[in-house]
Write a protein that binds this ligand. Structure first.
Ligand code: ZN
Length: 453
């Protein structure tokens, strides 16, 4: 038996993969509301013979399982879209539905590729009578950075051995660590209402407390590690200016390379909140909402996945596809294109090679992913595949204009080949699998999901 068998299984699923990428793109649902998307995938997988296991506390979270025994290999799939990123497939900004959602992060490709890989591996297990289990994880709310954290909290990953996931991007790249840990916290200030002109001396403004808290936090920026990020938003709970507002909320997000840094910075922000309450004679209640970890590397699993990125056949584009990608790339600043391309030493529009093993260290990774939590529960590999031209960032209309096209579908199929090929190695080389699991266990790191009901 050769690995080509599993690549052939993926290739036979080309039509299903392309249709599903497009179906999700045509029916974008934002994080937490992915009802149709989750149901669409559950239907495909149950028709294929997978057993569907739903989490009753999370309507759109599930896993689909096939096979028996160890190892249990998880493919993580996401399917949420982004608000306001509806876009036609044209190289200029024009919404399909004004103000509507769109797949500007390519999770339509992400979920579909992981599902396609799971089906291919199911067919491998079935026809070659191999021992082992494959699971597709339907993971909602990635854009809220909460889905997999909650799934971890509810124990959905409990008995898994190894996870593989990926993300659409501008390069074919294995990411062996990186991304930022992130946590959200809300600060509820309460004071006393009063007529803002007639009796301001009787009022205690919660909005003043929010403003002073933000000022304090802006002074904090100088004294945290330079890779940290502090973001905030405020809400005066609908009070007009002629009432001293008795309620106001500060909403913070903090990111840093490690969860320990995030927690320490949040502790200092909590002190600032207490100071703001003292200054304004108001009260503050603080609530951490949820947080996700950075990606914890597993070098041996990254090595194996990287090898499969070469072995799996890479996409070949038509002249028309290349011209379309170029027309989208023209809409972004050339400095951004050059900056994005620099680590890869190429002048291509769409990356066609596989980046050298450690290139990820030269790539900016200041976003966060809730897949980080899964990497604390089991060995996990995260890689990117180049469905976006260099310079095109996710969460833009340009990204939506590409993720519904044949360029997107070809890359989803490439990602599926990489995942299925890696799973083939894990199933047929027990010594490799054991070494990967040993690397994870030897690190012996503590984890508890940052989420409370
Ligand atoms: Zn994303």
């Amino acid at each position: 038996m050769s690995k080509q068998f599993v690549f052939d299984q993926v290739n036979q699923l080309e039509a299903l993969c392309a249709e599903t990428c497009r179906w999700l793109w045509d029916n974008p649902e934002v994080g937490g509301q992915e009802k149709q998307s989750a149901d669409h995938m559950r239907n495909i997988l149950s028709k294929e013979g997978f057993v569907i296991v739903n989490e009753e506390k999370m309507e759109h979270a599930f896993y689909a399982e096939y096979g028996s025994g160890k190892p249990i290999i998880a493919f993580l799939g996401e399917f949420d879209a982004l608000p306001g990123l509806s876009q036609k497939e044209i190289p200029e900004r024009e919404a399909l539905i004004e103000g509507g959602a769109g797949h500007g992060c390519g999770h339509n490709l992400l979920g579909t590729a992981s599902m396609t890989a799971a089906i291919a591996v199911k067919r491998l297990l079935e026809s070659k009578k191999l021992s082992g289990t494959v699971r597709f994880y339907g993971c909602p709310e990635e854009e809220l950075l909460s889905g997999k954290v909650k799934m971890a909290y509810y124990g959905m990953f409990k008995d898994c051995d190894i996870a593989l996931t990926w993300h659409p991007g501008t390069s074919n790249l294995v990411i062996d660590g990186g991304e930022l840990a992130c946590a959200y916290e809300k600060f509820y200030f309460s004071g006393v209402t009063s007529h803002a002109a007639f009796a301001p001396e009787l009022g205690r403004s919660a909005m003043d407390a929010v403003e002073l808290m933000n000022v304090g936090s802006n002074y904090l920026r100088e004294h945290v590690i330079s890779s940290a990020r502090i973001h905030y938003s405020s809400d005066n709970c609908g009070f007009p200016p002629n009432i001293v507002p008795s309620k106001a909320v500060a909403w913070y997000a903090v990111r840093a390379p490690h969860m320990a840094d995030v927690k320490s910075i949040l502790g200092r922000i909590e002190n600032i909140a207490k100071g703001a309450a003292l200054m304004t004679d108001t009260q503050v209640e603080m609530k951490i909402q949820h947080g996700c970890c950075e990606i914890r590397p597993n070098h041996k699993l990254s090595d194996l996945t990287w090898k499969n990125m070469f072995e799996a056949e890479r996409p070949v584009y038509t002249e028309e596809e290349k011209a379309y990608a170029k027309s989208i790339q023209y809409t972004v600043a050339s400095a951004a294109v050059e900056r994005d391309r620099a680590p890869f030493h190429t002048d291509e529009v769409l990356h066609s090679q596989v980046a050298a093993r450690d290139t990820w260290k030269e790539v900016t990774m200041t976003a966060s992913t809730d897949a980080g939590d899964v990497s604390y529960l089991m060995p996990m590999c995260f890689f990117t595949v180049a469905n976006l031209p260099f310079g095109v960032a996710p969460h833009t209309w340009q990204a939506t204009a590409l993720t519904g096209t044949s360029i997107g579908a070809k890359n989803a199929l490439y990602a599926a080949r990489i995942m299925a090929g890696t799973a083939y190695d894990l199933l047929t080389q027990p010594e490799t699998t054991e070494a990967i699991i040993k690397e994870f266990k030897d690190a012996d790191v503590d984890y508890s999901p940052m989420y409370h009901e």
